[in-house]
Design a protein around this ligand. Structure first.
Ligand code: SF4
Ligand code: FES
Length: 256
């Protein structure tokens, strides 16, 4: 029996000289550093980048190669942690989920901090008011009585009732796109209501009434003007306005 000969594999498809995918793109960034200047200002950075890269990659390139003082948040880089919501070309998006080719790279791409929260530096805002509203709606399962001896059963239909609102990653894209929130910052905001919804409609939870009372407050659900900005902004595709409407309906009917 003859021994089979192994052919050396090539290192991949040959690349033609002019196949470089790079294009020249200008990023217009809203800068703010209270230690240096009281006013925010726009600064342009023109870089070479593959349009199939994401805005987050461009920000990294600018920070690593052009200006190390550029400040922004990011962690997972894959649309899961919710830390890099920002206004890109005037619309709230996650920088790690936004491809440069999808946002018209022929014109300068504007990137600025989300609105309605105090800017601390460049693209970083103070998220504390946002998380305080989240904490205020008790975003955890509340049960009374004895500890169960086995898991709490739930039918597929009951689970389905709040499936959409379990997807929230707390990025604040919805709340910071809401004109009511921009105006006074007191409104709980869509994200807090989404997370209240997730437990109000959970058949295992026993604090629905309490959460509804919290949201019946003057800064609660009734401040919503149904502008749908929140639904448009949500990178997880959650029907935010619908969730708010369901909470409003539950407040009127007390059925949930
Ligand atoms: S509802 Fe959507 S936009 Fe709002 S915080 Fe959750 S994931 Fe972000
Ligand atoms: S970096 Fe985690 S969602 Fe974008």
């Amino acid at each position: 029996m003859s021994t089979p000969t192994l052919e050396k594999k090539s290192d991949g498809p040959a690349r033609s000289e002019d196949a470089t995918p790079y294009i020249t793109v200008t990023f217009r960034l809203r800068r703010f550093n209270p230690e240096e200047l009281e006013e925010a200002y726009w600064e342009d950075f023109t870089i070479e980048i593959d349009p199939k890269e994401r805005v987050l990659d461009a920000l990294h390139k600018i920070k690593w190669e052009e200006d190390g003082t550029l400040t922004f948040r990011r962690s997972c880089a894959h649309g899961i942690c919710g830390s890099d919501a920002m206004r890109i070309n005037g619309r709230n998006r996650l920088a790690c989920k936004t491809l440069i080719k999808d946002i018209n790279p022929e014109k300068p791409i504007t990137v600025e901090a989300i609105k309605g929260l105090t800017v601390l530096k460049d693209l970083v805002v103070d998220m504390e008011p946002f998380f305080q509203a989240y904490r205020d709606v008790m975003p955890f399962l509340v049960t009374n009585g004895n500890e169960p001896t086995r898991e709490r059963f739930q039918s597929a239909e009951d689970r389905e009732r709040f499936d959409d609102t379990t997807k929230c990653i707390l990025c604040a894209a919805c709340t910071s796109s809401c004109p009511v929130f921009w105006n006074d910052g007191q409104y709980f905001g869509p994200a807090a209501i989404v997370n209240a919804h997730r437990f109000i409609f959970d058949s295992r939870d026993e604090a629905g009434e309490q959460r509804l009372e919290i949201l019946n407050d003057r800064d609660g659900v009734w401040r919503c003007r149904t502008t749908f900005n929140c639904t448009d902004a949500c990178p997880r595709g959650i029907e935010v306005t619908k969730a708010i409407q369901e909470v409003k309906r539950a407040l009127i009917t007390r059925r949930f």
